[in-house]
Design a protein around this ligand. Sequence first.
Ligand code: HEC
Length: 103
Amino acid sequence: MKIKLVFLLILNFIVFNQTFSEEMFNLGKEVFLNKGNCATCHSLKDAGSVANVGPNLNEIRPDIGRVINSVTNGIGVMPAMLGILSDKEIKAVAYYVSEASIN
Ligand code: HEC
C-alpha cells in the first residue's frame, strides 16, 4: 500500500516535470521566433533561423545563465529585452536556447 503510494507520487512528479519542461521549451521557441526577435539576428538550427548579425547559437552553446544575462541586459548591439519580455518569457527563451543549441 505504502509502496504503491510512493510510486504514484514519483510518477506524478516525473510527468509533471516533463510537462513543465515541454511548456517552457515551446514558449521559449515561440518567443525566439516572434516577440523576442532573436531569429532575425541569430542562427539556431532548431528554430530554422539562419541570420548572422549575432553569434551562431549552435556554435557558442550558451548555458541558461548566459542567455538570461544577455537577453535581460543586452550585450554589444543586441538590445536589452527587460520590459519588452516578461520574466517568464526571458526564462523560457533562455531555457529553449540552452536546450536547443546542443543539437
Ligand atoms: C539586433 C540583433 C539581435 C537580436 C534581436 C538578438 N541578438 Fe543576441 N546577440 C546579438 C549580437 C550582435 C551579439 C554579440 C554581442 C557581443 O558579443 O558584442 C549577441 C549575443 C548573444 C548571446 C551571447 C551572449 C554572450 O554572453 O556572449 C546570446 C546567448 C544571445 N545573443 C541570445 C539572444 C536571444 C535569446 C535573443 C532573443 C531574445 C537575441 N539574442 C536577440 C544580436 C542580437
